[in-house]
Design a binder for this molecule. Structure first.
Ligand SMILES: [Mn+2]
Length: 328
């Protein structure tokens, strides 16, 4: 094992185990909470904008590192390689994973727990099953419901053990509250979840969830008026709301097959898009978006019905036309 710093600089009172998980949604926060419960780890919450910055904060004060619910690419792999010089590294995720990326991280001895059939929370629960009490299965269930992977091969079994109404109620509170919560709130929430507190008992959650539901009610009225349509596709500027929420709502309130919520960075002239497909749609968005994003000088990918992309703003309209069934 290679050591960069003197052992004296290490703070022995802190855990040498750390988990970096996706801060965005229930699945990411639950994965962090489960690992914290099972291993007494520290945790960092990251997003795609700051994942590499977060990983760079991991030094050899840590022996064991978990990375959860974050899709990775070649850039992330470089940080994996650095971390592997001093720590064990386990990568738990369900986002599509490039075969060459998988091969390169396996080659450096990263333990990979990956399946597109189940959410990260359920995969994490399964990995630590032996160290988790029965009640921890509730947490995994919240993750599966909110990631719409209740029918996953592992999720099915976990969910069948618990009362469905209780799971649904707790999941929805958590899911709506997380859309409204800021990073500080999420940082406090993960330890509470890891102590197996029920979401409805965590201070502030009900208020945040109700605020978010009220926001959705407003958006239901507003979105038909401020969205645009190209054939089977509807799109709208997210304007401060979560672009994923906007994309899902557009499918609902505008009867669209594809919904897109987007955020434009005026300075950098790039636009980030959340792209969602209707339940009845047969389009594989992940594949189609990945191909089209490349064609228009951007990046993108994801699941069949939930995808994301980053496109140069100058190419945004062309990209959306090409994705619709009204391509010019
Ligand atoms: Mn997930």
């Amino acid at each position: 094992m290679i050591r960069y710093m003197s052992d004296l600089t290490k703070n022995e009172s802190n855990s040498k185990i750390i988990c970096v998980s996706h801060h965005k949604d229930v699945d990411g926060c639950i994965s962090a909470a489960l690992i914290k419960h099972a291993t007494k780890s520290q945790f960092l919450l990251a997003n795609y904008g700051n994942i590499n910055e977060c990983l760079r904060r991991i030094y050899d004060t840590f022996d064991i590192v978990y990375i959860c619910d974050l899709g990775i690419n070649e850039t992330t792999v470089k940080e994996f390689k650095r971390i592997r010089q001093f720590a064990e590294l386990t990568y738990i995720d369900h986002h599509p994973l490039d075969a060459s990326v998988l091969k390169s991280i396996q080659k450096m001895g990263v333990k990979v727990v990956h399946s597109q059939l189940d959410c990260t929370g359920v995969l994490t629960h399964n990995l630590f099953k032996a160290d988790l009490p029965r009640e921890a299965g509730l947490l995994a269930s919240y993750a599966a419901v909110s990631d719409r992977l209740e029918n996953g091969s592992l999720a099915k079994k976990v969910l069948s053990r618990y009362d469905r109404d209780f799971i649904l109620f707790e999941t929805m509170l958590l899911s709506y509250a997380l859309e409204k919560a800021d990073t500080d709130y999420k940082k406090k929430l993960v330890p509470k979840l890891s102590k197996l507190e029920y979401p409805h008992q965590i201070p502030g959650i009900i208020k945040l969830a109700l605020e978010q539901v009220e926001r959705i009610a407003t958006l239901r009225r507003e979105l038909p008026l401020r969205s645009q349509r190209i054939g089977n596709l509807c799109y709208a500027d997210a304007k401060g709301d979560s672009s994923g929420t906007i994309a899902n709502l557009l499918i609902d309130v505008c009867d669209a097959e594809i919904g897109i919520g987007y955020d434009t960075n005026e300075q950098k002239q790039i636009t980030d898009l959340s792209i969602r497909g209707a339940a009845t749609s047969r389009i594989n968005l992940g594949k189609k978006v990945s191909k089209l994003a490349k064609r228009f000088g951007g990046t993108g990918g994801g699941h069949k019905k939930a995808s994301g992309a980053r496109i140069p703003t100058s190419k945004l309209m062309e990209f959306m036309h090409a994705l619709s069934n009204k391509s010019r």
